[in-house]
Ligand binder design. Structure first.
Ligand code: GTP
Ligand code: MG
Length: 181
């Protein structure tokens, strides 16, 4: 029996409030780089990363967007065909957690997947490095409760700065997207 090497393209969309670290997480994952300087993302763009998963060569196409812009202005094309949606909040900023419901619902509205109730999301609580965790305002428990209420979404606490849990989170993204494909 021969082993086939199949190529698979997976589209991943990253959403969340401005400044939570969407671009930083993507840069850390794809380029192993982190910059302290904040440069707001304008519009939307994607980067790709290839990963070998069992007999498949998977190309993750990761779409990053501006948290600052109004959602609708991005257009449906940005969300269409997504295999997974990564939601990001900052564990030190309550508002970025409170707006997760909006991002979640807007994504489903725009992407309009065949089965919204089973569409794969992943939640990342970023910037856990800040102040050794002393300035966080959203507990892990609270975040996990939200995930449970939204159909048991996988949850990772991350630091784009210290490359903490970033690879693990995106590996979960790839696996989840693949399972949904
Ligand atoms: P928009 O493009 O405006 O939507 O923001 P964004 O979500 O892409 O945020 P970005 O990645 O640009 O990060 C915002 C700021 O937070 C930058 O100054 C980053 O250096 C900083 N930052 C991002 N992730 C982390 C982190 O894990 N820890 C710390 N300490 N700072 C971070
Ligand atoms: Mg950005």
């Amino acid at each position: 029996m021969s082993i086939s090497r199949r190529r698979t393209l997976l589209k991943v969309v990253i959403l969340g409030d401005s400044g939570v670290g969407k671009t930083s997480l993507m840069n850390q994952y794809v380029h192993n780089k982190f910059s302290q300087q904040y440069k707001a993302t304008i519009g939307a763009d994607f980067v790709t990363k290839e990963i070998q998963m069992e007999d498949r060569l998977v190309t993750l196409q990761i779409w990053d967007t501006a948290g600052q812009e109004r959602f609708q202005s991005l257009g449906v094309a940005f969300y269409r065909g997504a295999d997974c949606c990564v939601l990001v909040y900052d564990v030190n900023v309550l508002k970025s957690f409170d707006t997760l419901d909006n991002w979640h619902d807007e994504f489903l509205k725009q992407a309009n997947p065949v089965d919204p109730s089973s569409f794969p999301f992943i939640l990342l609580g970023n910037k856990v490095d800040i102040d050794g965790g002393n300035s966080r305002v959203v507990s892990e428990k609270k975040a996990k409760e939200w995930c449970l209420s939204r159909g048991n979404i996988p949850y990772f606490e991350t630091s784009a700065k210290e490359a903490y849990n970033v690879d693990a989170a995106f590996l979960c993204v790839a696996k989840t997207a693949l399972a949904n494909e």
